[in-house]
Design a protein around this ligand. Sequence first.
Ligand SMILES: [Zn+2]
Length: 560
Amino acid sequence: MYFQINIFNILIQKSNFMRYFFILLFVALNGYLSAQSNVEDAIIPLPNVLEIKPDFYLLSKNMTFRVAEIAWDKNIFLEKKKFIREKFASGEIELLKQGLKSLCNINLKYHSKNDRTAASLELMLDKYMDSAAYTMDISIHGIQISAATNLGFFYAFQSLMQLVETSTSNRIHCLHISDSPQFSWRGMHLDCSRHFFSVAEVKRYIDLMSLYKMNVFHWHLTDDQGWRIEIKKYPKLAQISAWRNGSMVGEYSDKKFDSIPYGGYYTQNQIREVVSYAAQRHITIVPEIEMPGHSLAVLAAYPEFGCNNSKLEVGKMWGVFDDVFCAGNDSVYIFLQNVLDEVIALFPGKYIHIGGDECPKTFWKVCEKCQNKIKENQLADEHQLQSYFVQRIEKYVNSKGKSIIGWDEILEGGLAPNAAVMSWRGTSGGIAAAQASHFVVMTPGNPCYFDHYQAKNFTTQPHAIGGYNPLSAVYAFNPIPAELSNENAQYILGAQGNVWTEYVLTFSQVEYMAMPRMIALAENLWTYDSKQNFDDFVSRLKINTSLLDKRKVNYSKQIE
Ligand SMILES: [Zn+2]
């Protein structure tokens, strides 16, 4: 730019004609360069080390790759490259190939052994790096990526795809990136009970998460208004609990309902398909099976598991119901253990979410079985009965080699010994749990509930449950509260955005509520705080949304 300005100053004195000519040329050139200079900065989440260099690497329609292992000769501190033919990171490379082909019209092929020229893409397996870390060096000669694991290569490929996709020409800037995430739990939740979303839609949600390196999908599979997972031992869950005879329409206070039958569920084969799809994209699924509250849909099929054995219907109204699992009936625990056996077999991740929230004690207070259970176990009250319930389930889940996570109500009456806590009623539950050395995921209603409005002027927005969680608040949220010591802060695994769907009727609306707030949360959790800047994020987002346009994502353009 310095060079252009000097030329401009010299020439501008020559003549009026020349002056106007060069002013126009300068404006055009300046516009062109500034448009170009933004392009390479559009990676989201922002890499933790990013050095942009002045040169460019020219992309071609045909690119090649090869994989080498880095061996260090420690005696002479020499880095040796050994090319390997093993199918390393083959799934990740396949996804990169598909993405380059379908979105950028670039063919990526294995570099022929006989080809004396350099490969466009050199993948270096460096086992000394951290598992989620990667480095990327782009020079005029090619692209070099180093990582220790398939995960590291996957994240590198996501960054590379963003660079190539957002480039408006056939070149990308030379640069150096050294990157790894700040938090290990970068989550998104989707409520498939209040409204049901197809396998294809759930996969699309996973695709959007993977674009921004999110890595935990919290799949809300059961609630009062519908049970969404096939359990072979209890077929009535699919036949009865998955269907309701109508839904609430409009505002909650209007108490209006339609009478359109609504429902659906995922077969176990479909669940396996989604789990494997997510795993290919390095996303772990945490299934949520709600207990002891939010269980009306189960009781509609199996009334004997409630305190009153009364005839019930799958919930049509949103909110919280008094009918919950009877905590004094041992057959309830056997039912849940059998359900969990099938759930655990389907989901390979460490955590099973057992809900634990919003469980009214109305019927427990008057139920003979519940009161006997309190006496038998010398429990102080119904809150301790809930704690007994959760601890009994935890013991079973632990015996299967898994851990439970639950909403912060599981703290009431005493926290189960190994449970992790999802803090949703503000951050105080998360603080208490971390201080007691329990792992925590922060997802406070404000600002992590993405079913709330994202614009102050609600009238410009589709009808939502209420609240106001703008993009800037999501970006500014710090998952580590100031109250925590450095030692306790280590128990904060990360944070999560929740998309509850009482008022979100279609998948297109899911996209609108999730995007771009998910993108802000992704950067918040990946990029170190010292590198985070909302204005800079917004300027990159405006370029980066071309990825969403290309995929026809229905995202909100409200930036507040
Ligand atoms: Zn009971």
